[in-house]
Design a protein. Structure first.
Length: 564
């Protein structure tokens, strides 16, 4: 990717070579940004930013050796000095990269007053949230307050592969149109900023973030915002929770009205640990959940715990609403997904504020696609809704998908509830109602971004294809009550793990299928919320043909711009 940058070079300053893998580069800051050239196939180089001998920042960047894939911006104006020293250690093998003094990065470092984030990626989604640039994985700290949805996310602003974890930040008033905000929380001496959550503390009119500080060990920290989540001040008493466990992360906090206390759930190895607090600072261990339940083929991550209405129930369990409710614990796991890699499982049961009790022994998946992970919900969502977002990728190939300016998107927002089928309770997943506002005119030809609504007669088949012979085949088998998506004829040269057929159970008869198509994804839902499937696709030409058997299809053009 070539970025059009109004930039000035460093006037061919030669680096100070200090050894086979160590160099320094002096920068006299004349513009806001230092643009660092990236070459993705290279190993990371560590850059320490020094001002008057004091380290002000440390970051890892795949500095270009003989080819520039793209540039990333380092804000050097923030250091408040015109003299900056970059202390750089390279980790690549010199047998393959050559002499350090000849690396292309020395010629290609530039300064610029602005960083051009104009989209140049053909696979960038039109109506899914993405970072303006850089790598994104887990959604973090999501909450709603004063008419605004806040989405934080695991972000590497210095490359399009996983590294340098911070909390990026975007805001929206409608869950569809997202505005990029400045970085919310960045690393410190305790470590990089891993996943976590935010709660709206109504009593103290503040937003409190909980996150994992990942240094030599993983500990839990907190930060407080007095301006509705735009900026955070880290708590002076960090860390607030520690452990001797190696995997100890991803705190999800929430107010539990049943016990009039705060609860917090943590992923620890292959179990979830539950805590309680009256003040958000002092946490009491309550119990653990996980042994003998669900899938244990990988590490448990990114928990969420919530009370949900059971959709079809009409009897009261004593709740104030008179509607039957149960609790659901979300557990993301990597690896161990039903079709390889990462996925989201869930457990239904009861929670008394101290202990979660599961009512079933079978493993249940929230989404039966291959690209649905790190699913969590918004705190304080309007109307008591539980609105979820997922990271739309899979750790098996997330670093290799064919984009460079950015990597990864979030799923469309989904509302969660519960439904009953054959005496069991399952998680219902329905596209959030805000997506209806995206619908444009009904069209006959298949556009690049659309929602396809199929009224199903019995069994049905939907095939999307292009002139290159690439296709995605979706089938509903009425007798087996299963839905499948075959992307084995989708472009997949970047990973052997990408081609697959994913299959989901459908609890009951499917009457209507909703399919959301964007530039690099297909998300299919049973309209009653009994099945969800999310898969990435990377057609070398857009799918522009559709064949439907066993149903009647209506195609709505989708665009976040109402004028299109």
């Amino acid at each position: 990717m070539t970025m059009l940058l109004l930039a000035a070079g460093l006037q061919a300053q030669t680096p100070m070579v200090l050894g086979k893998s160590h160099a320094m580069q002096r920068v006299k800051a004349t513009e806001r940004y230092l643009l660092l050239p990236v070459q993705e196939r290279e190993e990371n180089a560590n850059i320490r930013v020094l001002v008057a001998g004091e380290q002000r920042q440390s970051l890892n960047v795949k500095l270009a050796v003989d080819q520039v894939d793209y540039y990333v911006p380092l804000d050097i104006q923030r250091f408040g000095s015109k003299d900056i020293l970059l202390d750089i250690t390279f980790y690549g093998d010199r047998r393959f990269t050559g002499a350090m003094k000849d690396f292309l990065c020395w010629k290609e470092m530039k300064q610029a007053g602005e960083f051009d984030t104009t989209n140049r990626e053909r696979f960038r989604p039109a109506y899914h949230h993405t970072p303006l640039y850089g790598w994104m994985n887990d959604p973090n700290g999501m909450f709603y307050k004063d008419g605004v949805y806040h989405l934080y996310y695991q972000w590497n602003p210095y490359g399009s592969q996983w590294e340098n974890m911070t909390w990026g930040h975007s805001t929206s008033k409608d869950l569809i149109h997202w505005k990029a905000q400045p970085m919310a929380i960045e690393s410190d001496a305790l470590g990089d900023i891993f996943s976590g959550s935010c709660v709206v503390d109504q009593k103290n009119d503040q937003v409190v973030a909980f996150y994992t500080s990942a240094g030599k060990c993983q500990v839990q920290s907190m930060a407080i915002s007095k301006d509705n989540g735009m900026t955070f001040q880290k708590y002076s008493g960090n860390p607030v929770l520690v452990s001797n466990e190696e995997d100890f992360r991803d705190p999800k906090a929430f107010w539990n009205e049943d016990i009039k206390k705060w609860n917090l759930v943590l992923a620890v190895g292959q179990e979830m640990r539950i805590y309680s607090s009256e003040n958000l600072k002092d946490w009491q261990y309550e119990s653990s959940f996980g042994k003998d339940y669900g899938c244990h083929d990988g590490v448990w991550e990114c928990p969420d715990l919530m009370k949900l209405p059971v959709r079809t129930a009409a009897v009261s369990d004593g709740s104030s609403s008179g509607v039957k409710t149960k609790w659901m614990l979300i557990c993301n796991i990597n690896p161990g997904g039903p079709f390889g890699g990462s996925a989201t499982q869930y457990f239904i049961g009861d929670f008394d504020g101290h202990r979660f009790t599961c009512e079933h022994k079978d493993t249940r998946w929230m989404d039966y696609g291959k690209d649905h992970y790190a699913t969590v919900t918004f705190d304080n969502a309007p109307e008591g809704r539980k609105i979820a977002l997922a990271w739309m990728s899979n750790w098996q190939y997330a670093n290799q998908v064919p984009t460079k300016q950015f990597r990864s998107a979030n799923s469309v927002p989904r509302d969660l509830d519960l439904f009953e089928y054959n005496g069991q309770t399952y998680c219902g997943v329905t596209p959030s109602k805000e997506l209806l506002a995206l619908r444009g005119p009904v069209v006959k030809k298949l556009p690049q971004t659309c929602e396809i609504v199929v009224d199903v007669k019995e069994s049905a088949e939907v095939v999307l294809s292009n002139a290159l012979g690439e296709q995605v085949v979706m089938r509903y088998d009425a007798s087996a009550r299963t839905f499948s998506m075959d992307r084995t004829r989708s472009y997949a040269s970047f990973s052997e793990a990408f081609p697959c057929v994913t299959t989901a159970p459908v609890y009951g008869d499917m009457k209507q299928l909703r399919i959301f198509v964007d530039h690099c994804s297909i998300e299919a839902f049973d309209s009653e919320g009994h099945m969800a499937m999310t898969n990435l696709v990377f057609p070398q030409e857009p799918y522009n043909q559709m064949k439907v058997k066993g149903g009647k299809a209506t195609i709505y053009r989708l665009s976040p711009d109402p004028s299109l």
